[in-house]
Design a binder for this molecule. Structure first.
Ligand SMILES: O=C(O)CCC(=O)C(=O)O
Length: 429
């Protein structure tokens, strides 16, 4: 049988033959901790469901509630526990994402669960990667009461689909969260900074260059954007709690692009460098100094007004190019990327002033031209720095930015680089 897609995976009650079959399932090696180890009678509880193909063949089973818990964990009733077992001959064949996605939507739609929890043995890194890919975030690690084996509890909530899309696509659009009066103040700040550069943003006769690059104004309004609680919570979610380096000002540069047929000279595909080496902005596979790239629209931006263009999923192509440069890193050159990167879907970062795109630091993007619109277009592009740096060790508690880098390296069969440990214990000094 070929791999079923999520639409063709069915959920139904377990029948007697299913229960008899599951009770005999045995998994190889370290996965034997998942052997059902129960009688067909125990599988009679209503919290078990069958996962089947469209033609009714049993592919696996799901459990909800207490059945998905492991003694020693920290459980409460704020989330529904979900567990899954695949038929042993289906393990490792790519069925997991579709099967678990099916259980998640069933839990939400049929069981009304807003929050889900999954408990995964650390000895099963494939299951850990699967739940992280679907937007679960690690919440608690513990030792199983019976044998002290390590397990991690992961949680899934209303943001998890966005997290999964971030891991897959490399960005999270965040629209309409900044209050209109703060957006208006930011626009006035850009106008004032342009005036200092000799440009009147209301007077086209002063628009003599296709782009003017400002240092993002250090104002209260910009600082409120940077420190918007929703943005901060998304950054923490993507980087891991306590990892984001606090910063008062918004930071970065703000290129302002003007209606013009001229090549601005800065519109090549790239990722943003993150640390200064002799006046050049380098980066390394650990994404030293840059946890995230933020694109903040400081004017309305549409298709005509030179929007930034993003290569969807390209953050998964960059790690293998950076990995040979190790901890020292390099001045990144997009020409090193495979041709397939440039065949990826493209998205324009359009929207209303105040909208943001929270991007993976390795997302390949570029400015576009010509600007056919009527009004200047302004965009701040600060970094969100993080500390400590990513170690890229395949730990159970990887958060999405680091998980995406590890996933990209693993999918290309690259060894995960071993950081030298400095005297401060970090990968990076
Ligand atoms: O102005 C833009 O659209 C993006 C510019 C950019 O990516 C950069 O300057 O690094």
């Amino acid at each position: 049988m070929t791999e079923p897609m999520i639409e063709s995976i069915r959920i139904r009650n377990l029948d007697e033959a299913d229960r008899e079959a599951i009770a005999t399932w045995r998994y190889p090696g370290a996965l034997s901790i998942y052997d059902p180890g129960c009688s067909a009678d125990q599988l009679r509880a209503p919290d078990h469901v069958a996962l089947s193909s469209a033609d009714g063949a049993l592919l696996g089973y799901g459990t909800f509630g207490a059945e998905g818990r492991v003694a020693g964990g920290r459980y409460d009733e704020t989330a529904l526990d979900v567990g899954m077992g695949l038929r042993p001959d289906w393990v490792g064949r790519g069925l997991g994402p579709a099967a678990l996605s099916r259980l998640i939507s069933y839990a939400r739609l049929q069981r009304g669960a807003e929050r889900l929890r999954a408990t995964v043995a650390d000895a099963n890194p494939r299951a850990g990667a699967l739940v992280r890919d679907l937007g679960f975030v690690p919440a608690h690690r513990f030792a199983r009461a019976a044998d002290r084996r390590a397990f991690t509890q992961f949680e899934h909530d209303e943001d998890s689909e966005r997290v999964a899309a971030f891991i897959r696509d490399g960005y999270w659009p965040l629209r309409g969260v900044v209050a209109p009066e703060i957006v208006a103040a930011c626009r006035r700040d850009v106008t004032a900074a342009l005036a200092q550069a000799g440009v009147d943003d209301a007077d086209p006769t002063t628009w003599t260059r296709p782009v003017v690059r400002l240092d993002t104004p250090r104002t209260d309004a910009m600082s409120q954007v940077r420190n918007h609680p929703r943005l901060l919570s998304i950054c923490d979610r993507l980087l891991g709690p306590g990892r984001r380096r606090p910063r008062h000002d918004l930071g970065g540069t703000t290129p302002v692009r003007f209606p013009s047929p001229e090549d601005p000279g800065d519109a090549g595909w790239h990722i943003d460098g993150s640390y200064d080496v002799g006046g050049q902005w380098w980066t390394n596979v650990f994404s030293k100094e840059r946890g995230l790239l933020l694109l903040v629209l400081l004017s309305d931006v549409n298709e005509a007004s030179a929007p930034t263009e993003l290569l969807v999923g390209s953050h998964l192509d960059v790690p293998r190019v950076l990995e040979p440069h190790g901890r020292t890193g390099t001045l990144f050159d997009a020409a090193w990327l495979p041709a397939s990167t440039f065949e990826r879907a493209r998205v324009l970062a359009t929207g209303a002033a105040g909208d943001m795109f929270v991007c993976h630091p390795f997302l390949v993007h570029r400015a576009t031209w010509p600007h056919h619109g009527a009004r200047p277009r302004a965009l701040a592009q600060p970094e969100i720095a993080h500390d400590p740096p990513f170690s890229l060790e395949p730990r159970p508690d990887l958060h999405p930015v680091e998980h995406a880098i590890c996933k990209a390296l693993a999918s290309h069969g690259r060894p995960v680089p071993r950081p030298e440990v400095s005297s401060r214990g970090g990968a990076d000094d």
